[in-house]
Design a protein around this ligand. Structure first.
Ligand code: HSE
Length: 425
């Protein structure tokens, strides 16, 4: 049996889950995988771990783990792009394969770190970096290796999915849903990374590399968060047969990549629409395997640690075998510039109640090549009147142009709202 020495740097939420798994499940994991994961050392600033697990080596200096000859794999669970960068870099330089859950680090510095890993003949495992417990990295790399992928759609952030779900189901406004998410520990005190779509964008960049073999920088991804989503959009979407989800989307279209994170209307009958609360999901369209959906917990101690443990077994079993080296080094992808993408769209115009309003709106949409699929206006005793339009597939830029003109007309009382609509089947 292959014995693999493991060192963990960072014993926070995921780190303590991993310690629990490695101590409680060592025999079971070894029996199932043939890899005996021996947890030798934990590094953390806080030494409470030392008291809880006196049988483990403990240090507050990660370099001690790196110089320990018995440690084969280093697990980086510190997070962020500061000290975590040094931990990963120093480990690689010392010839240690690294396992990490750090999407921000790999999305921003992956190019450099994967190249460094290749130079040093080691690898970087990051199963836990995308959608927590869902084994999506391994599925894309090996499980679905025979396939060409067309598109990857993901609900990649549990916090925002929780907020949108509660806004719809409990009729809460955004602030209340965010507060509850914070009280339950899903959302950080400063929720910017989650609610502004940045966390999901890091995951989209990693998924794009895996699905299409192309590198895209975070700045190439069009990112829109959920802070502008109101009850009005959520309830209207539902009446129209859709649900709003913060979708991470990566598509290959004639050799070019469309990559974005955006609140998107998804048909209620599509499986992605049924993924509620803090759950994550990834929906893939491929040529041979067809469409597949993976769903599960995208965060949390044991769910994320379960994905880390799977990397430890995988990279542990490969140690020293460089015939099938995974380098994760991709050519830069050609990005479809924002505005040039085509999709269907939802637009809410807030108008006066006078003859000719709809004619005026449709005239401007028509002039900009935006074709209307449906129009809805409910009777109302007071202005503004909501005119809801669903478009046929058109260029996003053309919709923006039309709205810019229409919003300056005297028939408009309040800024219009536009959402992407994905006609997923
Ligand atoms: N904060 C993330 C979420 C989990 O809410 O899904 C880590 O990426």
């Amino acid at each position: 049996m292959k014995k693999i020495g493991v060192g963990i740097v960072g014993a926070g939420t995921v780190g303590s889950g991993l310690i629990q798994i490695l101590l409680e499940k060592r025999q079971d994991i070894a029996k199932r995988s043939g890899v005996d994961l021996e947890l030798l050392f934990v590094c953390d600033k806080n030494n409470s771990i030392k008291q809880t697990y006196p049988q483990l080596g403990f240090t507050s200096d990660y370099l001690e783990l790196i110089s320990n000859k018995n440690i084969d794999l280093i697990v980086e669970l510190v997070g962020g792009t500061g000290i975590a960068y040094n931990i990963v870099k120093d480990s690689i330089k010392a010839g240690k394969t690294v396992v990490t859950a750090n999407k921000a680090l790999l999305s921003e510095k992956g190019d450099e770190l994967f190249s460094l890993a290749k130079e040093n003949s080691v690898e970087i495992g990051y199963e836990a970096a995308v959608a927590g417990t869902i084994p999506i990295i391994r599925s894309l790399k090996t499980g679905l290796v025979a396939n060409e992928f067309k598109a990857v759609y993901g609900i990649l952030n549990g916090t925002t999915n929780f907020i949108l779900s509660k806004m719809e189901k409990e009729n809460w406004d955004y602030e209340k849903a965010l507060q509850v998410a914070q009280d339950l520990g899903f959302a950080e005190k400063d929720p910017t990374f989650d609610v502004e779509g940045i966390d999901a964008a890091h995951k989209v960049s990693l998924l794009t590399g895996l699905a299409f073999g192309k590198r895209i920088d975070i700045k190439d991804i069009y990112i829109e968060g959920i802070t502008k989503i109101s009850q009005s959009e959520i309830q209207t979407a539902k009446q129209l047969g859709y649900r709003i989800k913060l979708l991470g989307i990566s598509k290959m279209i004639s050799g070019n990549i469309e990559a974005r994170v955006q609140p998107t209307m998804v048909p209620l009958k599509h499986s992605l629409a049924s993924v509620m609360n803090e759950m994550n999901a990834i929906y893939i369209e491929s040529d041979f395997a067809g469409s597949l959906m993976f769903t599960g917990k995208g965060a949390g101690s044991l769910p994320t640690a379960s994905a880390v443990a799977s990397d430890l077994v995988y990279y542990g079993s490969r140690r020293g075998n460089h015939d099938c080296f995974e380098d994760n080094i991709f050519d830069k992808g050609n990005i479809i510039p924002h505005g040039q993408e085509t999709s269907r769209y939802y637009i809410r115009f807030n108008t006066v109640d006078k003859p000719g309003v709809i004619a005026e709106i449709s005239n401007h949409l028509g002039k900009n090549n935006v074709s209307i699929a449906s129009v809805r206006q409910d009777e109302s005793e007071s202005e503004p009147i909501e005119v809801i339009i669903l478009t046929h597939r058109c260029k996003e830029q053309d919709v923006h142009r039309s709205i810019e003109v229409i919003d300056n007309l005297s028939i408009i009382l309040k800024k219009s709202v536009m959402l992407r609509l994905e006609d997923l089947h």
